[in-house]
Design a protein around this ligand. Structure first.
Ligand SMILES: NC(=O)c1ccc[n+]([C@@H]2O[C@H](COP(=O)([O-])OP(=O)(O)OC[C@H]3O[C@@H](n4cnc5c(N)ncnc54)[C@H](OP(=O)(O)O)[C@@H]3O)[C@@H](O)[C@H]2O)c1
Length: 329
């Protein structure tokens, strides 16, 4: 497999390289791609030095797979150029996610939809992936009606610039700002840009992407997305109303049986998921599982995952592994 990692120098790109190495993805040639600013820069993969190249050179090399994490504009412009030369693109940006001609894939849920004709495949938003990983087994059993989710999102979700802003604030350095306000000791109810309806784009991704992934428009999701000064992963407080009633022990069992999900839920031992422990792990952790005592058939839970791993790199590499395994690339 000739593999291109587009956005190799970024926050997701760096974790992408780590995950590709850890999972021993079958790479015969690796192309590290970034903006013109980084062309010529040296990076190490599995002990070997690689030189960062530009997008046009990467297209000319006709890789089998190109994993993009370089922003929506880069994906919109360049993913079709790769697809034209026969490359399959797995894209981490929001550029193609809601395009009805493109698949939006969480491998544990809907990789079976993929065919060799899918030349641009979308990776869902980080906070969507961890949400649907927990909702999917419960939806199959109890049928969701409505979900209310509030997120507590890590600065690593915004990229290199935001992590630097937080580090600068902690060190008392006046530096470049990724956010309109300080993030240290703060909570910003503002992830991504505001839309005309008053929601942010992140909130609308959370509302719409799960319906596409689960191929079901019968349930609705209302979201509030908040940025907080953590860096290990995103957390979500989730309230789900089902059509059918549930037993809490069965909910825990269904979540534990879901590949990629781990239940951490024991109030007696203060056991619940937290970003500092989810950091650098591939699993989606679920805890604080309890009945909403104010409404029938309604559940509360707390979901945490590393946004750079299952929320981005791991999911994209799992899609790529599936393509290789099924001979689709
Ligand atoms: N962070 C997350 O948790 C997360 C999760 C899911 C999806 N994503 C998506 O992944 C993408 C990257 O996010 P990030 O957090 O890694 O951002 P980042 O740290 O800012 O990195 C951006 C990467 O894109 C490259 N890039 C920027 N403009 C480019 C251009 N015109 N041509 C080629 N490469 C270009 C940068 O290269 P230079 O170093 O040369 O500037 C860098 O490698 C975004 O689309 C984001 O929405 C992020």
């Amino acid at each position: 497999m000739k593999v291109a990692v587009v956005g190799a120098t970024g926050m997701v790109g760096e974790v992408m390289l780590k995950v590709l190495a850890e999972r021993n993805f079958p790479i015969t040639e690796l192309l590290l791609v970034a903006s013109e600013r980084s062309v010529g820069k040296k990076m190490i993969f599995k002990g070997k030095e690689h030189t960062v190249i530009g997008l046009a050179d990467a297209v000319a090399a006709r890789p089998n797979i190109a994993i993009f994490s370089a922003g929506g504009d880069t994906s919109l412009e360049w993913a079709p150029k790769f697809a034209e030369v026969g490359t399959t693109v797995v894209d981490n940006s929001s550029a193609w996610r809601m395009d009805p001609t493109k698949k939006l894939v969480v491998p544990e849920i809907n990789a079976h939809e993929l065919t060799a004709n899918d030349k641009i495949i979308a990776n869902p938003n980080c906070s969507t992936i961890q949400l649907v990983m927990a909702l999917y087994p419960l939806h199959k059993k109890y049928k969701m009606k409505r979900v209310v989710v509030s997120t507590y999102q890590s600065v690593s979700g915004t990229g290199v610039k935001a992590v630097k802003q937080l580090e600068n604030e902690i060190a008392g350095i006046q530096g470049e700002m990724a956010y309109p306000y300080p993030i240290g000791r703060n909570a910003l109810p503002h992830c991504d840009v505001f839309m005309e309806n008053g929601y942010t784009k992140e909130e609308m991704k959370l509302a719409r992407e799960p319906q596409k992934i689960l191929d079901d428009r019968t349930f609705s999701i209302s979201a509030t997305a908040v940025r907080i000064p953590t860096s290990g992963g995103h957390s979500e407080s989730v309230n789900v109303e089902f059509e059918n009633d549930f037993e809490l022990n069965e909910v825990r069992r269904l979540l534990n049986e879901m590949p990629g999900v781990t239940v951490q839920d024991n109030p007696d031992t203060n056991t619940y998921p937290m970003p500092i422990y989810a950091h650098d792990k591939d699993e989606v952790f679920v805890g604080r599982i309890r009945r909403d005592e104010t409404q029938r058939n309604t559940l509360n839970m707390w979901i945490v995952a590393d946004n750079l791993r299952k929320g981005a790199a791991t999911n994209a590499v799992q899609i790529s592994e599936y393509l290789v395994e099924k001979g689709l690339v």
